[in-house]
Design a binder for this molecule. Structure first.
Ligand SMILES: C[S@@+](CC[C@H](N)C(=O)[O-])C[C@H]1O[C@@H](n2cnc3c(N)ncnc32)[C@H](O)[C@@H]1O
Length: 324
């Protein structure tokens, strides 16, 4: 059933898919249970849930209209078990209100880009191919990578390169961008790659992967305001879980994973006031971790799907009852 032969299935291989189903399925056995896929992408994780959990319906969210169209075709065979929303995942409360739901049984967030987005050259995510400097996940948004590169201040550019790209030469690259744009506006990725490569000292240019890799990651995160969106969805997702509900998050770089790790640690820790020997009523953690540390794909998965290499999976469950 579904679209094993469909376009979408061929465009993105879901990461740690079996493990995610194993973690979330126990919450999806009852009739009318609801799974929210906050990053529907090509619908790979959603389709597996639909196949493995016959009582579950899927509420799928993506900010990319192209993803929604392709995943919609792939999942059409599941009829009314699938409802799709064009939204950013931090709008989860609005999407649930729209669906008439106050809580759900499982949520998955598979962060970052799909292979469809990376491989669509004209969208400008890849540094290895010349393309317009775009990088918008949502083609209806106005801010593009070109806008940032051509108009943000040198200090703001340096900040995003440092914070979102962990780029050690952030200040030099930002300075070089500002100098170059005084002569000519940036319109293509090749122009930017050349300026970045020139700004990195020769000795460091060939270490640590492609010289533009970290800067492109930083720009993409800034264009799509990814950190703010993730910071907002984590508390919203925790709040939306019904008792016994489960949340799984797949992160692909350390900035994302740090936020997930911290939110999960807070949610699963008792709030014991200093000096109090026992956890008083109402102060016990409402959630429990399902993963020990971050789980990584095994070498066999990375071999067949190299994009899985940086994935880190964390999951938790909301207790059935308020503890004590
Ligand atoms: C890694 S892909 C998900 C792939 C999907 N799990 C599958 O199996 O096909 C991430 C998807 O999430 C979407 N996305 C990323 N950030 C988002 C956000 N803040 N709100 C909504 N969708 C987002 C992207 O547009 C992309 O389609």
């Amino acid at each position: 059933m579904g679209g094993s032969g469909s376009n979408a299935a061929a465009l993105h291989v879901p990461v740690l898919a079996e493990r995610i189903v194993e973690l979330l399925a126990p919450a999806l056995s009852e009739p009318r249970s609801v799974y929210v896929d906050g990053t529907l992408g090509m619908g790979g994780h959603s389709e597996l849930i639909l196949q493995s959990c016959p009582n579950a319906t899927v509420v799928g969210i993506d900010r990319d209209p192209a993803a929604l169209r392709l995943a919609g075709e792939r999942l059409a065979a599941y009829g009314s078990r699938v409802r799709l929303h064009h939204a950013t995942y931090h709008e989860l409360p609005e999407v649930l209100a729209d669906e008439g739901l106050t809580s759900v049984q499982a949520i998955c967030l598979d962060l970052g880009l799909s292979s469809l987005q990376i491989d669509s050259v004209e969208r400008g995510f890849a540094y290895a191919t010349d393309a317009p400097l775009d990088m918008r996940m949502n083609s209806e948004q106005s801010l593009t990578a070109a806008d940032i590169v051509n108009s943000w201040s040198e200090s703001e550019l340096a900040r995003i390169l440092r914070v979102h790209g962990e780029e050690r030469f952030a200040a030099r690259i930002a300075g070089a961008i500002v100098k170059a744009r005084a002569d000519q506006e940036f319109t293509t990725s090749a122009q930017l790659v050349a300026v970045i490569a020139d700004a990195i000292p020769m000795a460091a240019r060939h270490s640590g992967g492609h010289p533009a890799k970290r800067s492109f990651q930083a720009l993409r995160i800034a264009v799509n305001d990814e950190i703010a969106s993730l910071s907002a969805v984590l508390p919203a997702a925790l709040q939306a879980l019904a008792p016994g509900g489960r949340l799984a998050v797949l992160a692909y770089h350390s900035g994302e994973d740090r936020l997930v790790k911290r939110a999960f640690a807070d949610a699963t820790s008792d709030r014991v006031p200093a000096g109090v020997p026992e956890v008083p009523a109402g102060y016990a953690a409402e959630y429990r971790l399902l993963t020990r540390g971050a789980e990584r794909p095994n070498p066999a998965e990375i071999q067949t799907n190299p994009r899985a290499a940086s994935a880190r999976l964390r999951a938790l469950v909301r207790h059935q009852e308020v503890v004590r």
